[in-house]
Design a protein around this ligand. Structure first.
Ligand code: GRF
Length: 191
């Protein structure tokens, strides 16, 4: 059995759904840790409530992004982490982690990539007027939301949608599927 790290910057609803699967013995991992890049975020509260080990790294406390990621890497190695799953982690992963965790870092993004990359995906989906949205789970590389796609799920967009309504329906699907895709990745049959 392997260990995984979830990286988060905020609310942590995806993290919660992964923790729920773990607690229900549905996740094929021995241990989960949380890596946060902000203090006092909801994801940390969820981790503490569920006795999940968590670490916070604040970029401005380091002289560079390289030294920031080197500190994270030390923890990942100490904790024997095999895969990293980003769940609302609002920072680009750079060379230190990308090289050490080559092909073992994944992200979930609230659009059908390659459409609507970046942090305003839901607002852009609505202003463009597409009929279909959804989410994508993909490999992480040096560019924003650009790595190879491994899973997508469609969500209908309705005429009276607001960003909140659409986000709610997308996240409902994210919570249903992210942990299942994590299991597929761990089993090596994600493609
Ligand atoms: C998710 O919708 C995910 O697609 C995006 O950020 C959001 C994070 O939400 N990358 P949460 O923190 O898991 O609630």
């Amino acid at each position: 059995m392997i260990n995984i790290a979830i990286f988060a910057s905020g609310n942590g609803s995806n993290f919660q759904s992964i923790v729920d699967a773990y607690k229900n013995n549905k996740l094929l991992v021995r241990k989960i840790i949380l890596v946060a890049n902000k203090e006092n975020i909801n994801a940390i509260k969820i981790a503490n409530q569920n006795k999940i080990k968590n670490y916070t790294f604040i970029l401005k406390n380091y002289s560079s992004k390289v030294s920031y990621e080197e500190e994270i890497l030390k923890v990942l190695e100490e904790e024997k982490i095999k895969y990293i799953f980003l769940a609302g982690y609002m920072m680009l992963i750079s060379s230190v982690l990308l090289e050490r965790y080559r092909n073992r870092i994944f992200n979930i993004h609230p659009s059908l990539l390659p459409s609507f990359k970046g942090k305003n995906a839901i607002e852009e989906t609505l202003s463009y007027g597409t009929y279909l949205s959804g989410f994508t789970i993909h490999h992480v590389n040096q560019d924003v939301d650009s790595g190879k796609i491994i899973f997508q799920k469609q969500v209908r967009v309705y005429k009276n949608d607001t960003p909140e309504k659409l986000q709610f329906r997308i996240q409902k699907q994210e919570h249903k599927y992210y942990w299942k895709v994590i299991n597929k990745i761990i089993r090596g049959d994600e493609e």
